[in-house]
Design a protein around this ligand. Structure first.
Ligand SMILES: [Zn+2]
Ligand SMILES: [Zn+2]
Ligand SMILES: [Zn+2]
Ligand SMILES: [Zn+2]
Ligand SMILES: [Zn+2]
Ligand SMILES: [Zn+2]
Ligand SMILES: [Zn+2]
Ligand SMILES: [Zn+2]
Length: 398
């Protein structure tokens, strides 16, 4: 069993290995998964930024998400008897356009109309930016490490248990997938019009139900709407309005989490329930963690972004919102003093003028002509040289 576990981990780390980074191009030697951060060791971008064919992985992930949950949507429930299964629906229409995903409705026209109602740059048309957008949102909104303890790094048995309870809870209480229907059809369903739909409760279909729950604007006659079983079939959304309340992005493949009257994507539902580690991007299930720089961190993950040394009790500097240790800061980020040419320590006082910097010390911040200390004095700066007076400038620059 131990050997099997090791094999699994290696395989996990090999997925996507070597794929080129679409953002960094030649600067990345190819995707190589960091030991515990969910990013590339070479360029520090995520897997989604690399050129990896993800379709089969995505479908596996989404299938796993909907394993043993009852709420897979009205249509799936009406159509399938056994366990809910999920497949990325590829549909090709005359144009020739291939959608990497389309809502699983029997009526092809409705599926196509749903996609046409999305912003053009977000339509999952194969080979376009819309398809790349969907893939990126798939990774961002539904992190595997929010679903599966085996995708997390070194959880203790207690943390695994906590996480399993968390996953159980959202499957029971929040997770669902939207349905695309014409409001007229939904009215029929609710009235029990066709036999197969009898399980859905009959509700009064009043006029108020036909404005979008997000933008409050009316639905257009004959246009499909999105319904969410968790929200109740008295609410409906324009396809482009079925978005996460936190990131405002389209809910990828209409997969939603419903909580207290709001739609969330998986990531932001998780964030609303648990702190998330700024280092490994996993939700934190241990009681002990640290807060720094407005983020939460596993104790062992408050580390230098460049060399991974642990920063607890050490001097660190925030660079691009990531903590780095002092040695890495000095090597990679520190500004150089224009006088002594040494890097300026993060805690040192410095004077900056344009793109030039100096130690705020008499040995460095001084006149290049007469060496007079210029701290608190009038000075002029010319190409990184400091002068106390026009005379010293003339004398030196001549
Ligand atoms: Zn990159
Ligand atoms: Zn890379
Ligand atoms: Zn709307
Ligand atoms: Zn979100
Ligand atoms: Zn962490
Ligand atoms: Zn470092
Ligand atoms: Zn200096
Ligand atoms: Zn001088």
């Amino acid at each position: 069993a131990a050997l099997e576990a090791v094999m699994k981990m290696t395989l996990g780390h090999e997925f996507g290995a070597g794929a080129a980074c679409l953002k960094c191009k030649d600067k990345c030697e190819g995707f190589e998964l960091h030991f515990w951060r969910k990013i590339c060791r070479n360029c520090k971008c995520g897997l989604a930024e690399h050129d990896v064919a993800m379709n089969s992985e995505e479908n596996k992930k989404v299938g796993k998400l909907f394993e043993d949950t009852k709420y897979t949507g009205l249509i799936a429930k009406l159509k399938t008897d056994g366990l809910p299964s999920y497949r990325g629906n590829m549909i090709t229409i005359s144009l020739p356009v291939t959608y990497e995903w389309a809502p699983p409705v029997a009526n092809k026209y409705l599926a196509v109309r749903y996609i046409e109602l999305l912003p053009p740059e977000k339509r999952p048309v194969a080979g376009t930016e819309g398809a790349a957008y969907r893939r990126q949102q798939m990774a961002r909104q539904l992190p595997e490490h929010d679903q599966d303890p085996s995708k997390c790094h070194e959880l203790s048995p207690a943390e695994v248990k906590q996480m399993e309870q968390f996953v159980r809870k959202y499957k029971d209480e929040a997770l669902g997938v939207g349905d695309v229907l014409l409001p007229e059809e939904m009215a029929l369903v609710q009235a029990g019009g066709s036999g197969g739909y009898a399980r859905v409760a009959v509700r009064d279909h009043s006029a108020s139900t036909s404005s979008c729950h997000h933008c409050q604007q009316p639905m257009r006659l004959g246009e499909p709407a999105v319904y969410a079983e968790r929200a109740g079939y008295d609410k409906l959304w324009h396809p482009a309005c079925f978005v996460c309340c936190t990131c405002n992005e389209l809910l990828v493949d209409m997969i939603y989490f419903w909580k207290k009257g709001k739609l969330y994507c998986g990531r932001h539902y998780g964030d609303s329930e648990k702190p998330r580690c700024g280092g490994c991007d996993e939700l934190i299930f241990s009681n002990e963690y640290t807060q720094a720089e407005g983020q939460n961190w596993h104790l062992k993950h408050f580390c230098c972004f460049d060399c991974d040394c642990i920063l607890a009790g050490e001097t660190y500097v925030m660079e691009n919102e990531k903590p780095v240790c002092k040695p890495c800061y000095m090597k990679n980020y520190a500004v150089k003093c224009s006088a002594c040419q040494n890097a300026v320590e993060p805690e040192a006082q410095r004077v900056s003028y344009g793109e030039h910097h100096w130690h705020a010390e008499p040995e460095c911040f001084k006149c290049s002509g007469c060496s007079k200390c210029l701290m608190g004095q009038r000075f002029m700066a010319v190409q990184g040289f400091l002068f106390c007076s026009v005379e010293c400038k003339k004398k030196t620059m001549a």
